[in-house]
Structure formats: C-alpha cells, structure tokens
Design a protein around this ligand. Structure first.
Ligand code: AMP
Ligand code: MG
Length: 319
C-alpha cells in the first residue's frame, strides 16, 4: 500500500518512523523527488533497488541535514569545506573519502571508500533527515530507465505499491539533478554537471575544474564509481579449491567449507534482498582476509539477483 500525504509535522514524524523500520519514503527535494531509505540500513537500501527495478548497483547520494552530520561521515579537505559552506543547503553533491565514523552502509556506497553527500535546501527533506537523525540514501524516485519525478503524482505513477509513503511537497523547485564534485583526488573533479554550473564553481574557487572525462586520461581508474575487489573472482563455482575463499548463496557450497580459508553466505535462506545487503561488505571482508581468489556460488538471475550478478561479472572482468 502506498499513502500520499500532505506535508505537516505529523506526516514527517510518520515518515521518519517508516524509515526507521527499514521501509521506503519518497520525499521532495529542490532537485527531483527522491526514493529514500535509512542510509545506515543495508536491507532498506536494497529495497530501493527492488522498487526501482534497477539492474545494477551504483553508489547513492546520502542526504544529511547539517554540516556537522556531513563532516562526521567523510573527510572534507579545506576546499571541499569551502564549497559546502557556500552552496549548502542546495543542489551540490560532494564526494569525499569516508571517515572512520561513516554510518552510510557499504551497499549505499557500492562498496567504495568514498561517500556522496548533500544537504538539500528543501525544508521537508531537511526536517525528515533531522527527525530521523541519520542520513537518507535517495536516488531519483522513478522506475529504472524512466525520467526523474518532479511531482508526487509522477512518483505515484511509477512507484505505486512499491513505496510506503509519498510526501507531497508540490512540484520540485529545479527539476534537474544536483551537480556532483569529487574531492577524492588532489584536485576537485566535476563528476556530473547539474544545477550549480561549472562556471559558478570555478569563479567561486578561482580555479579551473577538471571533468571526470579529462581526469580519466591522466589517471585511469581514479574516478571509478565502482568498487573492484583485489582478489580474483570465480563465478558460478560449484566447489571450493584449497587456495580459495568463498562467498556462498543458500548453502550451495557448505559441503566444501572445510577446504575454505574464509567463507560467508550472502543469504542462507536464499533471500536476494539479504544477499544484496551483504554483497559489498562480504567482498571487502574477503579481500581483508588476504585471499587471492574468491569462489562465488551461483546467484539467481531474477529480481535483485540481476544487479548482484552485474556487479560480480564486472568485478571479475576487471582482472
Ligand atoms: P543519483 O542518486 O541517481 O542522482 O546518482 C548519484 C550519482 O552519484 C551517480 O552518478 C553515482 O555514480 C555518483 N556517486 C555517488 N557516490 C559516489 C562515489 N562515492 N564516488 C563516485 N561517484 C559517486
Ligand atoms: Mg535517476
């Protein structure tokens, strides 16, 4: 069931309660409507992908309510902080290296060591985040491949029955996505053009900003928006060899556990939402175990399995 609610103090408290339970709320922002989940809860973030029908995992923007919450999540360089102070709240997203206190889950970051953060200017969005007291992960509130929603009615026509609550804040102010600037390299890089123009940022900082495309030529891989494990992956494994760690699904490899250096099961009960929620955390743990090879059990190719497969195929092909 999907409820569409007008904005008042009660609907915001209700929305924060829904998010706290790990369910989804569509919320207005000044750019486009977001499909929001508690960014600290990987199962809730997995539900975003199910609702959107997105066949791949990409890192999401974590929306925060103030600068102190942002600087708790990531390390801000002097220049990143300068930009945040100038353009927040507003349609600018800053990508920065995660801090040791980062609460945004691995799935919302697609396993990366960086996190995309934004303080939206929309007051409903701000109130919802501060009431929840945690960052909200929110990509655009539309089915995968459809255009972004700029009214609650658009959200309803794409996601009715797939989101618990739609907060109707009227048409969004801008209707265009946020600008994304990364501060993970020595100089800022424009990852996505958006509401705040390159010229505005360049004249404020008094320097030229490279685009991701320019930067890839200079330093291939450094602007990659996907986590690649250090170990080599062997997909659709039906056994485990002695030099392999293993990531199982539904107990298919359990009989070989004695051979395995390190082993986890993405979901012993074959629940794909649980598997998606564990995916990046387990890949990282496997890497940390020091193994050079990881055997991965067959994963179903339907529902969220498609996005899991997509991620694993890309990770194995990058070797
Ligand atoms: P959306 O949430 O659909 O507006 O898209 C978010 C955009 O931010 C995507 O293009 C992501 O690739 C990008 N993004 C989010 N987090 C990161 C990150 N840690 N590093 C690089 N790009 C990111
Ligand atoms: Mg979108």
């Amino acid at each position: 069931m999907t409820i569409i609610a007008a904005i008042d103090p009660e609907s915001i408290i209700n929305a924060a309660g829904i998010l706290k339970e790990g369910r989804l709320v569509a919320l207005p922002t000044e750019t486009v409507y977001g499909l929001g989940a508690d960014a600290t809860n990987a199962t809730a973030v997995a539900a975003i992908y199910t609702a959107k029908g997105r066949p791949s995992f990409n890192p999401l923007i974590a929306h925060v309510s103030d600068l102190s919450q942002a600087t708790k999540e990531a390390y801000f360089s002097e220049i990143a902080l300068k930009l945040a102070e100038k353009f927040w709240p507003g349609p600018l997203t800053i990508v920065a290296p995660v801090s040791s206190k980062c609460s945004v889950c691995d799935l919302a970051r697609a396993g990366l060591d960086s996190v995309a953060l934004r303080i939206p200017a929309d007051l409903t969005a701000q109130k919802l985040i501060s009431t929840l007291g945690r960052p909200i992960a929110a990509p655009s509130a539309n089915r995968s491949g459809h255009i972004s929603s700029v009214t609650a009615a658009h959200v309803g026509s794409d996601l009715f029955g797939k989101v618990d609550l739609i907060l109707d804040g009227g048409p969004t102010k801008f209707g265009l996505e946020s600008t994304i600037v990364s501060f993970c390299q020595p100089e800022p890089i424009l990852l996505r053009a958006g509401m705040v123009t390159r010229e505005t940022i360049e004249s404020f900082l008094n320097q030229r900003i490279k685009s991701a495309a320019d930067y890839k030529i200079i330093a291939p891989g450094m602007t990659a928006s996907h986590y690649a494990p250090l170990a080599t992956l062997r997909l659709n494994a039906l056994d485990i060899t002695e030099d392999e760690a293993a990531i199982d699904f539904g107990g298919q490899l359990i009989q070989f556990q004695k051979h395995s250096l390190w082993m986890r099961d993405l979901s012993p009960t074959q629940n794909l939402t649980e598997a998606a929620a564990n995916l990046f955390t387990y890949l990282r743990e496997a890497d940390r175990s020091g193994t050079k090879k990881i055997a991965i059990a067959p994963i179903p190719t339907f529902g969220l399995g498609e996005a899991i497969q997509d991620r694993l195929i890309r990770a194995s092909a990058s070797k």
